[in-house]
Design a protein around this ligand. Structure first.
Ligand SMILES: NC(=O)c1ccc[n+]([C@@H]2O[C@H](COP(=O)([O-])OP(=O)(O)OC[C@H]3O[C@@H](n4cnc5c(N)ncnc54)[C@H](OP(=O)(O)O)[C@@H]3O)[C@@H](O)[C@H]2O)c1
Length: 262
């Protein structure tokens, strides 16, 4: 349960080695988030994050979860809940917030030449999260409370021809999470969809930063603000709300020309 000040006390990060995910956890620990589960494919990468969070005072467990292993999601979600026992030692503790931070960007030209790789990217970014989030929200509904925070992207708001494989996977994820969030109204479970622009992280290392680029810490601040205020949609930076509203309404021929250069 959230503490008396309304701050979350426990967090599950799906994609536990994500730079943005780590920044969110580091931002929330001083506010009272003391129990954290990092779930992902590579324990050694997550242990490095776990050590930083333990040094900041949190209790941290690392568990296995592969977005692409759809048949394994039920057990992976169960294991994540079991990883942090209840503080009284009886059964599993509650998880106040689940952050979906897994994702792959891919290289558009390579993906167009390799349809299997394109479909695998869609599995990690969209189909895998569909399965995982249905297991997660069922568990949160059983608890009667919880917030799911999903890292979508401005790339899904209007898909560009220069990265339509990634962009369409985020569009699917974003739409799924909006519908799932609405379906949970009245259950005590909330959904927060976060749409960052270009973030300086491992995912974008070596790429030229476009205007309005931001940092994992800025995304973390926006997530912390949304958790405190109850926002359901977050743009990072906030200016993207208006930029994308304009882009969304551009006539198709104009968007085709403009997005070829973006
Ligand atoms: N960076 C940006 O510009 C940006 C902008 C908008 C949205 N986002 C979104 O924000 C999220 C976090 O990105 P980031 O910037 O923090 O990048 P990151 O540091 O590269 O994190 C991506 C995470 O996804 C995990 N992952 C990849 N494939 C996986 C799989 N099959 N199963 C489980 N985990 C998997 C990676 O772990 P392993 O590879 O170790 O498994 C890593 O922890 C992503 O969803 C991304 O699409 C990023």
């Amino acid at each position: 349960m959230r503490n008396a000040l309304g701050a979350i006390q426990s967090l599950l990060i799906l994609g536990g080695s994500s730079d943005i995910g780590a920044a969110v956890a580091e931002r929330l620990v001083p506010d009272g988030c003391q129990r954290i589960v990092l779930a992902g494919r590579h324990p050694e990468a997550m242990e490095a994050v776990a050590e930083r969070l333990r040094a900041a005072g949190a209790e941290v467990a690392v568990t296995a979860w592969d977005a692409a292993d759809i048949g394994g999601h039920a057990d992976a979600v169960k294991a994540a809940w079991a990883a942090l026992p209840a503080s009284d030692g009886n059964g599993s503790g509650d998880i106040d917030c689940v952050l979906l931070a897994a994702g792959v960007l891919g290289d558009q030209a390579q993906l167009e030449d390799d349809p299997t790789a394109a479909a695998e990217l869609a599995t990690v970014n969209y189909t895998g999260p569909v399965s995982t989030l249905l297991h997660v929200t069922r568990r949160l509904e059983e608890q009667g409370h919880g917030t799911v925070v999903v890292l979508s992207s401005v790339a899904g708001e209007r898909v560009r021809q220069s990265n339509f494989v990634y962009g369409s996977s985020k569009a699917g994820l974003d739409g799924f999470c909006q519908g799932l969030g609405d379906s949970l109204d009245g259950t005590g479970v909330n959904m927060v969809v976060v749409r960052p622009g270009f973030v300086h992280s491992s995912m974008t290392a070596g790429k030229e930063a476009p205007p309005l680029s931001t940092t994992p810490q800025a995304v973390a601040d926006a997530v912390a603000d949304a958790l405190a205020s109850g926002k359901h949609t977050v743009w990072v930076p906030g200016t993207f709300r208006w930029v994308m509203a304009a882009f969304r309404h551009l006539p198709r021929p104009l968007w085709r020309k403009l997005s070829a250069r973006m």
